[in-house]
Write a protein that binds this ligand. Structure first.
Ligand code: BGC
Length: 750
């Protein structure tokens, strides 16, 4: 049989269809093999180490450790890479050696390799690095999200890896959270649309037969991880049932509908329940109600954390039983010797019937079917050198286009496009280092190691100097660093900065954040540090036109430097081609079309969202205590103006008739504009406090100079439902107000 498959698959880039014979093999697994399938270890656990136990560089597999893990403990999955970015040849060797245990018959079920290729296959040298998810969201362009997914899947496969721990579908509602940049922003509809597009890009058209140009996606992190009240990573969140259903669950539900095959569980706690024991969410909502067919993997060490950190289990064995019985199918254990303990304790638990064989079989079947879906049982795995489009110019162009459509113009008093008839100065801590453009999860976990930077990719100052030569002066002025995990900054050659300020009219000042994620990315205040603000103030004091360029994973408070700025541009973390895109936008060669995927805060103590209830807008003294962000959700300027006219809608509707809204979008300028047309709807009265407005539809349209485009949206009753006191989704007839751009209207549902 295996021989037959071999010939069928030989030379092909597509996966083979699974045979009946293979599908039934899973029932013949021994108990040890079944338990092994639920165990995931990190690559370090099977890599050669030095005398101090550190993984050797260059990374090499340790055959004895690998054999012990795969043959003795029958481990079913491996993840990650150490503090490296490997070449494709290294990946080929690693993944083929691992797969050879299956092809040679030493193990019955192939090993599933997973990696965090979250903005491109960031642990493979020469890969195409896109903007991070927050920037992707700012494009408001699901086709670009799908293209990002397709290219990343291709390059992940070209590295021999079939499973990507992406996308993050957590709602970016607390900007303090270090992983805000990994999210698609604050709005459940935007996240759902963009997330589903990424998943389709990753997995291709048929999620149960994923060919070798695509990968398994993994929805992260189910659910509520981003809502930590303190903003610090993996700390408690409290989410009432209504808001869990209305805000946090929809992106996961739409991902399941889009065919997502795996899910990773929230490391934190919600309402006092650790994500990994939340049976109500994992088993009942995700698996039973939504019919999620794939498997759930834990996050890093999270089975153990139930005992060691969250303290809901008095010992490890109970912790494993709790998580497994709540519906988590695979444990990212992932270290050695912990994985041996895991396998041994799990065996005991099954033998003692603390975990039923039905539950174990359910998990194994889910894992097994997923391995089948991604073609792992094929003896002949794709030849990596066949992936000739890896890192190609087409892929790079797509990454640059994503950056172009993402970078958002927040203010412009005429300073942009950049006047380049005289010299200008590029300065600031984020101006001369590629790692700032990529952020964490780039070449290494925290993204600070420059040694693996993609060759030929430019920093901001390099991109300017390439275009403008000696017209572009450079002085960094300040550098950022971390001391004991805390963000710090220090002035560098300040005299040079001050001297160069005198030589120019315009300053492009690049401010932002040190790359970081998870715990190392925790911050105590959203304020951008005062020295960065001082750099701007020094330029303002000399009456310069200052263009503030923000290179930041989360919106940092910059209130004190907004008013005097000539222009402000949000880059997010735009990736390897972000600098080139920025130069094309600032020079006016290309037009801006990015829109904020979050509400940009003005004050630290008041974190606000656009879909606030009306009470937030009440104010007794001026705008004190009223909604007053720095910039609203969905905001972004262009070169040139767009106006909205002729808004048409039904006025009265019966509950079940579709609601149709059309509007003319007019490009009043003499250059092409890509406009994101956004429809917001708010319930006038409801039995529970309604959101003032919610995003219900959006469409990015290209409008040639001076032309008009008609845009049409259709809304259904389902779009207007909310969760009532009993926790049920309901539609209440009545008046709904709506707006598109500057135009507003209302409709009565009888
Ligand atoms: C992160 C996950 C990631 C996993 C594997 C965890 O610490 O929370 O998002 O997929 O590590 O690298």
């Amino acid at each position: 049989m295996k021989k037959l498959l071999f010939f069928l698959c030989l030379g092909a880039l597509t996966s083979c269809v699974v045979t009946k014979e293979q599908a039934t093999e899973r029932t013949n697994l021994t108990l040890e093999e079944k338990v092994g399938q639920t165990c995931q270890i990190t690559l370090d656990a099977v890599a050669q180490t030095d005398a101090q136990g550190r993984t050797l560089v260059p990374l090499k597999l340790d055959t004895n450790k690998l054999t012990e893990a795969l043959v003795k403990y029958k481990v079913g999955s491996i993840l990650n890479v150490s503090w490296h970015t490997l070449t494709r040849a290294q990946w080929q060797e690693i993944t083929q050696t691992i797969h050879s245990y299956y092809t040679s018959g030493r193990i019955k079920v192939p090993v599933l390799y997973g990696i965090d290729a979250i903005h491109g296959v960031n642990y493979t040298q020469g890969a195409t690095l896109f903007p991070q998810e927050i920037g992707l969201a700012a494009t408001w362009n699901p086709s670009l999200a799908a293209e990002f997914g397709r290219i990343t899947a291709y390059e992940t496969r070209a590295s021999g890896i079939p499973w990507n721990f992406s996308p993050v579908l957590d709602l970016g509602r607390n900007p303090l959270w270090s992983r805000t940049f990994e999210t698609l922003g604050e709005d459940p509809y935007l996240v759902s649309q963009m997330g589903a597009a990424i998943i389709k890009g990753y997995q291709g058209t048929n999620p149960r037969v994923i060919d070798s140009l695509h990968v398994l996606s993994c929805m992260k992190h189910f659910v509520g991880y981003s809502a930590a009240a303190s903003g610090r990573d993996r700390t408690p969140a409290w989410i009432p049932d209504k808001y869990m259903k209305e805000l946090y669950l929809p992106s996961f539900k739409s991902a399941v509908q889009a065919g997502a095959q795996t899910v990773m569980i929230n490391s934190g706690t919600v309402n006092g329940i650790p994500g990994h024991v939340n049976k109500s969410l994992i088993q009942y909502t995700l698996k039973d109600e939504w019919k999620f067919p794939g498997f759930a993997v834990s996050d890093w060490e999270d089975f153990n954390m139930l005992h060691t950190v969250h303290r809901v289990a008095p010992n490890l064995k109970t912790a494993y039983e709790q998580a497994f019985n709540a519906g988590v199918d695979m444990s990212m254990v992932p270290l050695s010797p912990d994985y041996k303990t895991y396998c041994e304790l799990m065996l005991q638990s099954v033998n003692e019937a603390n975990i039923t064989s039905a539950r174990l079989d359910d998990a194994v079947n889910r894992i097994y079917r997923t391995k089948e879906a991604v073609g792992l049982f094929d003896l002949h795995q794709p030849v990596l050198s066949n992936y000739t489009a890896f890192g190609s110019s087409q892929h790079k162009a797509a990454a640059k286009q994503t950056a172009l459509e993402s970078i958002t113009l927040l203010k412009n008093n005429g300073t942009l496009p950049l006047k380049t008839n005289t010299k200008f100065l590029v300065a600031g801590p984020c101006s001369d280092n590629l790692v700032y453009l990529n952020g964490a999860w780039s070449h290494t976990w925290q993204g600070m190691d420059t040694s693996f930077n993609t060759k030929g990719c430019k920093t901001i100052v390099q991109a300017f100097q390439e275009k403008y030569g000696v017209q572009c002066l450079f002085s960094k002025g300040l550098e950022l660093y971390k001391d004991k995990e805390v963000e710090q900054s220090r002035f560098v050659s300040l005299e040079d900065y001050i001297k160069k300020l005198d030589e120019v009219e315009t300053v492009v000042l690049c401010l932002g954040e040190v790359p970081a994620t998870e715990k190392p990315g925790d911050i105590r205040s959203l304020h951008l540090d005062s020295k960065q603000l001082e750099l701007a103030k020094m330029a303002y004091a000399k009456h310069k036109n200052v263009i503030i360029v923000l290179v930041e994973g989360r919106p940092r408070i910059i209130r004190d430097i907004v008013d005097p700025a000539g222009a402000i541009v949000q880059c997010y973390l735009p990736g390897d081609y972000g600098a080139e895109a920025l130069v094309e936008l600032l020079s006016g060669e290309k037009n801006f079309s990015g829109k904020l995927p979050y509400t940009y805060p003005k004050y630290d103590g008041v974190i606000e969202y656009y879909d606030r209830p009306r009470s937030v807008d009440r104010s007794n003294v001026g705008d004190f205590a009223a909604f007053n962000p720095e910039w609203p959700f969905g905001f972004g300027l262009h070169y040139g103006e767009v106006s909205y006219e002729h808004l048409k809608s039904n006025e009265v509707l019966s509950e079940n008739s579709p609601w149709e809204i059309t509007v003319d979008v007019i490009n009043q300028s003499n250059r092409e504009i890509d406009e994101v047309v956004q429809l917001y709807v708010g319930d006038e009265f409801a039995s529970m406090v309604p959101a003032g407005e919610q995003l219900k539809r959006f469409l990015k349209v290209k409008i040639p100079a001076g032309q008009t485009k008609e845009v049409r949206f259709v809304i259904n009753k389902e779009d207007l439902m909310f969760v009532n006191e009993a926790g049920e989704w309901v539609f209440e007839p009545g008046t709904f107000n709506f707006s598109i751009g500057t135009k507003t209207g209302s409709v009565l549902f009888r």
